[in-house]
Design a protein around this ligand. Sequence first.
Ligand SMILES: [Zn+2]
Ligand SMILES: [Zn+2]
Length: 258
Amino acid sequence: MKIQLLPSSFDSAGCATAEQRLTCFLIDDRVTVDAGSIAIALTDAQRNSVRDIIVTHPHMDHIASLPIFVDDLFAELREPVRIYATQEVVELLERDVFNDNVYPRFSEFENSYGRVMKYVPFRIREEFRVAHLRVIAVPVNHIVPTVGLLVSDGNSTVAFSSDTAETEEFWHVVNRAPRLNALLIETSFPNSMHKLAEASKHLTPAMLAKELGKLSHNSIDILAVHLKPAYRDTLISELAGLKIPSLKVMEPGRTYEW
Ligand SMILES: [Zn+2]
Ligand SMILES: [Zn+2]
């Protein structure tokens, strides 16, 4: 399985910068987990191959350019862009984003080939298919309804925490997986901002260390994501201070393979 954390900003030469402002993971050039930077960071080939998008929760950093992605492709889509989310999140997207005020209600629009966007609601704790992948969604502990994901292509399995503070069920599901290759887990705020992390339901490096104590898989890659750009340097040194050899900060724009 190939996974890229799409960049959300670029330097003056057009190269991806290390800061992560938006969340969008591209899997095998076909599927994304969240869609923050989907309209700004895909190549043309990827734009033409991605039709399946899993939305973990409706926060702006995870959906910011989703409407623009559908808009860009509107005339040429020969199949709908499929948005996989819990029914609860589908309703929030319809109420707050695709509401004819912020953006058109694309789920009701057609081009000359048919519908341009379609919701595919999934149930938590029940496996569902997204393109060539099998996915299980588990509620995590964030301030809006949010799911973590266990994603498998039949050979490799990768877990995505999405945005979360301390959580339990996610770890039970991850630990039950017969094999796990990688865990992509959030670490948003430095340790000095523990109170804000608790209030906004995110992790600090110290909280992350406690969460990793609940993980029973050994020798997997652990990649920290969702580092708030303003605290990135502090977060990197606090994460290094945990002295967990398999823990790295995920680099936007780099393709990882498991
Ligand atoms: Zn969030
Ligand atoms: Zn977020």
